[in-house]
Ligand binder design. Structure first.
Ligand code: GLU
Length: 465
């Protein structure tokens, strides 16, 4: 075990966003690589916005991606006593104070500051107050006095400095007694022994405040790495306008977790010009040194390309299992009919997603073929009667229904009918599948098997028009 301790700390106010998934992935990869510890912490202090449904959705998505944690999930809502104690510590040490300013007063001060062209920040009215009126209050963290600055060296962005006069006396506890994000995140990251914080760069501005809080609470300050955000093709922050942003929406669209993991890792990180990385490649090769400083642009075509790569090269038995729910959703039952693993093998080269694979697989399990109207008109006319009769006869005579004997049977059929391969295969394809696009005709025959193939040809003979 190394000393590295990292965490992913989602707020359960919605599904797991692909940006969050990438942050989780980077944390997971480094912990795996360095034999460190990856902690999952659910930041549910915002009781009004946090839901169990979101917690479940996030855990489910993490699970699907294969990002299992070494410790956790911990819930901040279980830790309110600790936070209260730490707020009290700062109050006792004079590093925090009660602020009784009302919202109206704060709004007025803000308005005045804006009018006078000053930066609207809390003016410190309650900083030196010694009375304790019986009125609602928030607790504010007292920023160090004077013209100081806080600098940290971000492991992705390099050195970052914030002048203290840019900052505000931060609220660490609300009037209802609940602690705020910037405070609890520090208490937890410190108490949980985090050594490196990898998170989205929307939190960069919080970091100097958090560093000051670490120092005030007497905690060691961890290292930080802020990951650039993900943009849509129009260079605006990725949102639903650009397509799905939820991890599980990709599962529903028939993506494989390894494709999404590969894609997210490459979005902002590179390793020479390699594109294909399994999880274990990533664990071996990932490094924050090669995470770029610029935002990554989400490219759905590339994700689709990776997905078809993983479908092509995937284990057919596993794909068959993953395909089942997609078939069920289409009302396709696989209890009877060909072996699903063989079906998958015939479609791996052709389907970019499991949804496409389910579409392509449905014909194998049809009780009765429904012909595509155009295909039927073109290929199931009475002129084909002789061809279908010969097909029936020759295929019936085929001992084994494998590629070799099917090829031989086809040679005879082509000779007897005087037709080229395509002129035989295409009407047969319509008879067997209902349409004009399918895996190779030999594969279809082989997977369907002799009995079912002959049944379908007979059905087509009866349907000739
Ligand atoms: N709960 C915060 C968020 O979801 C975590 C920020 C952090 O990693 O510090 O944005």
């Amino acid at each position: 075990m190394s000393d590295l301790r990292v965490r992913f700390a989602p707020s359960p106010t919605g599904y797991l966003h692909i940006g969050g998934a990438r942050t989780a992935l980077f944390n997971y990869l480094l912990a795996q690589q360095q034999h460190g510890t990856y902690v999952l912490r659910i930041e549910d202090t915002d009781v009004a916005r946090s839901t169990q449904e979101s917690v479940d959705a996030i855990l489910n998505a993490m699970d699907w991606l294969g990002l299992s944690c070494d410790e956790g999930p911990f819930y901040q809502s279980d830790r309110f006593d600790l936070y209260r104690q730490k707020v009290q510590q700062l109050l006792d040490e004079g590093k925090a104070y009660r602020c009784y300013c009302t919202q109206e007063e704060l709004d007025a001060k803000r308005e005045a500051a804006l009018q006078e062209g000053r930066k609207p920040k809390y003016d410190g009215t309650c900083r030196h107050r010694s009375d304790q009126p019986d009125a609602p209050y928030v607790v504010r963290f007292k920023l160090p006095e004077g013209q100081g600055a806080t600098t940290f060296v971000d492991k992705i962005k390099g050195p970052i400095t914030f002048q203290h006069d840019e900052l505000d006396d931060l609220i660490i506890q609300r009037t209802d007694g609940t602690p705020t994000y910037n405070f609890v995140v520090v208490v937890d990251d410190a108490e949980m022994g985090m050594t490196l914080i990898i998170r989205g760069d929307d939190h960069v501005n919080n970091t100097p405040r958090q560093i000051l809080l670490y120092e005030a609470l007497g905690y060691p300050v961890p290292e930080f790495a802020h990951v650039p955000m993900i943009l849509g093709s129009d260079k605006k922050r990725l949102s639903k306008r650009h397509g799905a942003t939820s991890v599980m929406a990709y599962q529903e669209m028939g993506f494989l977790p390894e494709a999404l993991v590969n894609y997210l890792a490459r979005l902002g990180w590179s390793h020479g010009d390699e594109e294909i990385f399994s999880m274990s490649d990533l664990i071996e090769k990932f490094s924050l040194d090669h995470v770029g400083r610029a935002a990554g642009v989400f490219n759905p075509e590339k994700l689709l390309w990776l997905n078809s790569h993983y479908i092509k090269s995937g284990d057919p038995a596993r794909l068959a299992e993953l395909l089942q729910p997609f078939l069920a959703a289409k009302g396709v039952s696989t209890t009877a009919g060909p072996d699903l693993v063989e079906v998958v093998k015939s479609l791996q080269e052709r389907a970019a997603t499991l949804v496409e694979m389910a579409d392509g697989a449905a014909f194998y399990f049809a009780e009765l073929i429904e012909y595509d109207e155009k295909a039927k008109n073109k290929f199931l006319s009475n002129d084909q009667r002789e061809l279908f009769e010969i097909l029936l006869e020759q295929l019936n005579g085929c001992e084994r229904f494998d590629e070799e004997s099917l090829e031989k049977a086809f040679a005879v059929i082509m000779e007897k009918t005087g037709l080229k391969f395509g002129k035989v295969a295409q009407p047969l394809r319509v008879a067997l599948t209902g349409g004009t696009a399918s895996p190779s005709i030999y594969q279809v025959l082989e997977v369907l098997g002799k009995e079912e193939s002959l049944k379908r040809i007979t059905q087509a003979l009866g349907a000739l028009v």
